[in-house]
Ligand binder design. Structure first.
Ligand SMILES: [Zn+2]
Ligand SMILES: [Zn+2]
Length: 398
């Protein structure tokens, strides 16, 4: 009797098990096996578990590879807990990603942000990759180490370019973010490199969101506004891909972002209290705020709403710097008229100080952003030292 009973149980259990998404613990790196950031930095730490509806990732924000300082901000251990839906669903309309702050977490426990920086250079929101303020793995420190693009070689070193890419991150709406390559069709007759459908209109040094426009493109390799698709490469299930060009990771959320994407977690007992997290993203002002601000500025509220892009249905984060420019006024004056709190400088902190005359310049070999035409490659050595193969032969070094 017993074997038949077990068989019956298995037959009943299988359809239920098929509905349960596997807990993707294996997708994440066992960062404890890697050398870490080097020097006296704490060892990287990550824990991944699944609750019934939630993927939970806790990490201390230390990279699993050598840390190379690019910004003036030091590398600090930042304990965070990320809670994402395990069964993500497409929302009716996309949600803007935060202008500043966490958009998701990479498989090594490092958060990733959107494709713009804070106040670097002033007035800010420029493309940090275009502006070459990233390390070879497209990370840098602000209040914490974070990415603005994901380099497959840094996160999945054993995957060769041209092979289908693995998952490199999860977005706050729970959808997976794959590397750039995938099957062109269900039979995987060929491998394609997925491409962003955002077109560059002008130089993104300042205000990247104004420098690119989404234009839908034909072809299986082109991704949607949010940089995702329900492609044949993963059985039609929606997912994002990282792309070589802007917005690099996500352009918006296709699902509903979790409100718990990266809250500060309790630090280990040996440390002090929690540090401040990044500031919350700017929310769109209310109609009453706009009307009052228009009166203060002496313009009609329709023009102000238009300059704030509240009228044309664009899926963008609020960008008060661009709005102020469109109005021909100072950013501070606009924020004051709208009764918004003054912004501290963005997550990049103050701009990197220019190298002093006799001072030590950082080694240029680490400045190998994908926007740099001289970069011929970057990644990690087998012992996880950062390497960049850009020839160090011009005056841009440091
Ligand atoms: Zn895909
Ligand atoms: Zn940044």
């Amino acid at each position: 009797m017993k074997p038949a009973w077990i068989f019956l149980l298995a037959a009943v259990a299988t359809p239920l098990a098929a509905q349960e998404p596997p807990c993707p613990t294996d997708v994440f790196l066992d960062v404890g096996r890697f050398p870490g950031a080097g020097g006296d930095y704490p060892k990287p730490r990550i824990e991944v578990e699944c609750e019934e509806d939630t993927l939970v990732v806790r990490s201390n924000g230390i990279p699993h590879y050598e840390f190379i300082q690019i910004t003036p901000n030091p590398l600090l251990e930042t304990n965070r807990e990320y809670r994402f839906p395990r069964r993500p669903e497409l929302a009716e309309t996309p949600t803007p990603i935060p202008l500043l702050g966490t958009v998701g977490v990479a498989i090594n426990g490092i958060p990733f942000f959107g494709p713009n920086e804070g106040g670097v250079p002033y007035p800010g929101f420029g493309d940090p990759i275009y502006n070459s303020i990233m390390d070879a793995c497209m990370g840098h420190t602000a209040r914490e180490y974070h990415y603005h693009a994901l380099v497959q070689a840094c996160l999945a070193a054993d995957i060769k370019p041209g092979e289908p890419s693995p998952i490199l991150a999860y977005a706050a709406d729970g959808f997976a973010v794959y590397g750039p390559y995938g099957c062109a069709d269900q039979d995987c007759s060929s491998i394609v490199k997925f491409k962003s459908s955002w077109k560059k209109l002008r130089d993104p040094e300042i205000d990247a969101w104004d420098a690119f426009r989404y234009e839908p493109r034909e072809g299986p390799e082109f991704l949607d506004r949010c940089n995702g698709h329900g492609g044949d490469d993963h059985g039609g299930a929606y997912h994002y891909h990282v792309t070589e060009s802007w917005p690099y990771i996500l352009g918006c959320f296709s699902g509903t972002p979790s409100p718990d994407a990266g809250r500060e977690a309790a630090p280990p007992v040996s440390q002090g209290g929690p540090r401040r997290g990044p500031p919350p993203p700017d929310q769109p002002p209310s109609a009453a705020q706009v009307a009052a601000a228009a009166e203060r500025l002496g313009i009609d509220s329709q023009s102000l709403a238009k300059a704030l892009r509240l009228t044309d249905g664009r899926i963008d984060p609020m960008n008060f710097a661009a709005s102020a420019r469109a109005l021909g006024i100072e950013l501070g004056a606009l924020r004051e008229a709208l009764d918004l709190p003054a912004r501290r400088r963005g997550p990049g902190g103050p701009p990197p100080a220019p190298p002093s005359a006799g001072g030590e310049e950082p080694p240029c070999r680490f400045r190998c952003g994908t926007s740099d035409p001289n970069a011929v490659g970057c990644g990690l050595t087998p012992d996880y030292k950062v390497v960049c193969t850009r020839p160090c032969d011009n005056n841009k070094c440091g």
